[in-house]
Design a protein around this ligand. Structure first.
Ligand code: GLU
Length: 428
């Protein structure tokens, strides 16, 4: 039976309800944590390059800020919906809690497709987004960051607009900024590297050497590229990556059984992570259908694209050889597919643990921006490794002790921390 149409927020609530039952949470905790505390929906009018006006829809959802200012990215996506933003904001709350940084969970979005917008039009969307929300975000209440199809340049335009409105310098208002403009060294690498720090720990626990493993990766954006970089440095081999093809409006998998070469692929990739098919073919890559990445005979799967990718319809295609799934994306696995993966005993490193490196480094960036004092790259990456490693060990210890699936163990830790903060503040 096909899964009913995908709704990310229903999925986030289903995951939460399961853990609320495990924890026997009281009703008030369920009520406060199951829904966002606040949300903003607004219009962003933009005068387009051809002189016409277009109105874009923007969102910011603040799920929970009991542990500190809200934190989370802004996505530019043609299929953005308020429910997707709500789910992503909720996952940010759990993400900040699992790595134990003093931040809450938020997310923002704009319904738009940057593929079809000039840089000037994108700048006006960024500035318009800030104008609508400037009073409700800020270094001490909610701090945005990059996400799908937004970059350091978008963050800088947003910071600039905020500073114009506020009449001062506030580099701590946003993270993921360019280095030299309030950005942190290591932030670009942080999410992908963080995925591999947790993967390295999982392999260690399972007594498997990275150099004896092969991985298949979905996506070729920022997270995927840096995950591949570090994983191959550890000795692993990636045989597949996949990406969205804007021209054909479909995705493709690029396979090289000898191992994909990161730098050669990066040279033929646009800044949205789209790989040039013809050039890839000339370099000897096989071009396969979009979901071929999932059915490869590999040890590790790294979904690092977007939500709703491992579903009831394709989960059975996962090879018997697969031992670990490290979720670089937010929400790539639906609850129905998750049940199959749990039953098969595949070791799951769940999204809000595996990809927490980005927000952890954003936290370091905030600290640096607020102090106006910047750290060396090896200090940033060393602190990131330490945070990710201890979060992984805490979740894995909890999973072993309570005989829980890794996703549930991560949820137990996060939900407990956030519910505790709400209780201490007298909210519930
Ligand atoms: N967008 C990233 C995430 O989903 C980073 C968020 C941040 O740095 O605040 O975790």
């Amino acid at each position: 039976m096909a899964e009913k149409s995908f709704n990310a927020f229903e999925m986030a609530q289903t995951q939460f309800d399961k853990v609320a039952d495990i924890l026997e949470l009281e009703q008030a905790s369920r009520d406060i944590l199951r829904n966002p505390m606040r949300e903003y929906h607004f219009n962003i009018p933009v005068r387009m390059d051809d002189g016409t006006y277009k109105v874009f829809r923007g969102f910011r959802v603040q799920h929970n800020d009991a542990r500190g200012p809200g934190k989370g990215g802004i996505r530019f996506h043609p299929q953005e919906t308020i429910d997707t933003v709500r789910a992503l904001a909720m996952w940010m709350t759990w993400k900040c809690a699992v790595v134990d940084i003093p931040l809450g969970g938020s997310k923002g979005g704009v319904i738009c497709d940057p593929h079809n917008l000039s840089m000037r039009e994108q700048e006006l969307i960024c500035r318009g987004w800030i104008r609508q929300i400037a009073r409700d975000i800020g270094p001490v209440n909610d701090v945005p960051a990059p996400d799908v199809m937004t970059s350091a340049q978008h963050m800088l335009w947003m910071m600039d607009e905020y500073e114009v409105i506020s009449g001062g310098k506030y580099p701590g208002v946003i993270t993921g900024k360019p280095v030299g403009q309030g950005g942190s060294l290591g932030r670009t690498e942080a999410t992908g590297y963080g995925v591999v720090f947790t993967l390295r720990e999982a392999l260690k626990e399972m007594d498997i050497k990275p150099e004896d493993t092969i991985a298949s990766v979905q996506g070729f954006g920022n997270v995927a590229q840096y995950a591949i970089e570090l994983y191959t440095q550890l000795g692993g081999k990636v045989i597949c990556v996949s990406c969205w093809d804007q021209g054909d409006q479909t995705s493709y998998t690029f396979r090289n059984k000898g191992g994909v070469k990161l730098t050669e692929l990066q040279k033929i990739t646009d800044h949205f992570g789209g790989i040039d098919k013809k050039k890839a073919k000339d370099l000897g890559y096989e071009i396969l259908p979009g979901d071929a990445w999932i059915e490869q005979d590999v040890d590790i799967l790294i979904p690092a694209a977007i939500e709703n990718q491992i579903t009831q319809d394709n989960v059975e295609k996962i090879s018997k050889k697969v031992r670990i799934i490290a979720e670089g994306a937010n929400g790539p696995t639906t609850p129905a597919a998750d049940k199959v993966i749990e039953k098969r005993g595949i070791f799951m490193i769940p999204d809000f643990l595996a990809n927490a490196g980005g927000v952890t480094c954003s936290y370091f960036e905030q600290v640096q921006s607020n102090m106006n004092h910047y750290w060396e790259k090896d200090v940033v990456l060393g602190n990131l490794d330490a945070k990710m490693t201890s979060a992984f060990i805490a979740v894995s210890d909890m999973a072993k002790k309570e005989k829980l699936y890794m996703r549930d163990a991560a949820y137990v830790i996060s939900v407990n921390r956030v519910a505790h903060a709400c209780r201490l503040r007298g909210w519930i």
